[in-house]
Design a protein around this ligand. Structure first.
Ligand SMILES: Nc1ncnc2c1ncn2[C@@H]1O[C@H](COP(=O)(O)OP(=O)(O)OP(=O)(O)O)[C@@H](O)[C@H]1O
Ligand SMILES: [Mg+2]
Length: 245
């Protein structure tokens, strides 16, 4: 059965000011694909996600981003979110005066979304009436982000280091919730990780490496992580397994 193509990134170049932070990325995600994106600090992973989401400081200078076959590069962020693209930010902002409960209610398009149950599963019940991320610990912030993503129920979710700063027990809780969400709904995901811990809960054969701002290789992410441990990221630069522009 041919899977529906959700996201197509074609020869994408992105600049912040004069600095090119994405240099010719090609990437395709189909319905229910789960892709793991690896790469050194500063290689452009977050920039790629911010570009897909449409943050204005990330200027697309060349190439295209298509969602279900239609270009979204000229669409504002809110429209992309409504189309079905969601993001769990690496470093989400603090928003004074907006309670987590209010934001989750805005995110949730399903009137039957059970906020209490979902908040309880993520141990977020006591945070619902606090200002968004104000004074939240690193792990609490990630769980708050995940609650918002689950409420939004996007068709494709961009998870920027969901397990970083999260303790081992909470990684298990978050990992299982992410896996349930993706599998039960057949959602697609692009998951950025450095450690691969998330793979203990969300398994996939699709992995790739962003090196020198360009995708270099695609294969099983556990194998890539083992190779990086053995040979370092430098070897990724010579891996040509993904077609480049
Ligand atoms: N607003 C900005 N102004 C200038 N440079 C920026 C800006 N945002 C990102 N960059 C630069 O773009 C490059 C890519 O950053 P990005 O955050 O995408 O990396 P990353 O792969 O997500 O790294 P990490 O693994 O550390 O999260 C970095 O060198 C960073 O300093
Ligand atoms: Mg990053």
């Amino acid at each position: 059965m041919v899977k529906e193509t959700l996201l197509e990134i074609k020869n994408l170049h992105v600049a912040i000011g004069n600095r090119e932070v994405v240099k010719g990325v090609n990437l395709t995600l189909h319905k229910s694909d789960i892709m793991v994106l690896l790469g050194q600090n500063g290689s452009g992973k977050t920039s790629l996600i911010m570009s897909i989401m449409g943050f204005p400081s990330f200027k697309v200078t060349q190439g295209d981003i298509l969602f279900k076959g239609k270009s979204i590069v000229d669409m504002p962020i809110d429209q992309r979110a409504r189309l079905g693209i969601g993001v769990l930010f690496q470093r989400p902002p603090t928003v004074r005066g907006v309670k987590l409960r209010q934001l989750v209610n805005i995110c949730s398009k399903d009137k039957n979304f059970d906020l209490d149950k979902n908040a309880q599963e993520l141990a977020m019940t006591n945070f619902l009436d606090r200002d968004l991320n104000l004074g939240f610990s690193g792990g609490e912030t990630k769980r708050s982000e995940l609650l918002q993503v689950i409420a939004q129920d996007p068709e494709i979710v961009l998870l920027d280091e969901p397990e970083s700063g999260v303790d081992l027990e909470n990684i298990a809780i978050m990992g299982n919730i992410i896996n349930d969400f993706l599998k039960s709904k057949g959602r697609a995901a692009l998951i950025i990780t450095h450690t691969g811990y998330i793979l203990d809960y969300v398994d996939t054969d699709l992995g790739c490496v962003l090196a020198e701002n360009m995708l270099h290789c695609t294969q099983n992410p556990r194998k890539i992580i083992n190779d990086i441990r053995k040979y370092g990221y430098e070897k990724c630069l010579t891996c040509q397994k993904l077609n480049k522009s």
